[in-house]
Ligand binder design. Sequence first.
Ligand SMILES: [Zn+2]
Length: 69
Amino acid sequence: MAHPKRKTSKTRRDKRRTHLKAQVPQLTNCSNCGEAHEYHTVCPACGYYRGQEAVTENSLALGETEKED
Ligand SMILES: [Zn+2]
């Protein structure tokens, strides 16, 4: 079976992991209610996305979202 010839050094291992870090979520304010929410995400406070209602309290209870046509 294929096998590494040498042990990966601590330096090489740590250099590889420099990009493995927690991402700070990008926040913006809802255009409908002004509450802070993540980009490209339905506002958790009012259920609006891009200026129109995407999730209602009823659809949350049923586990459904309205379809755009
Ligand atoms: Zn909102």
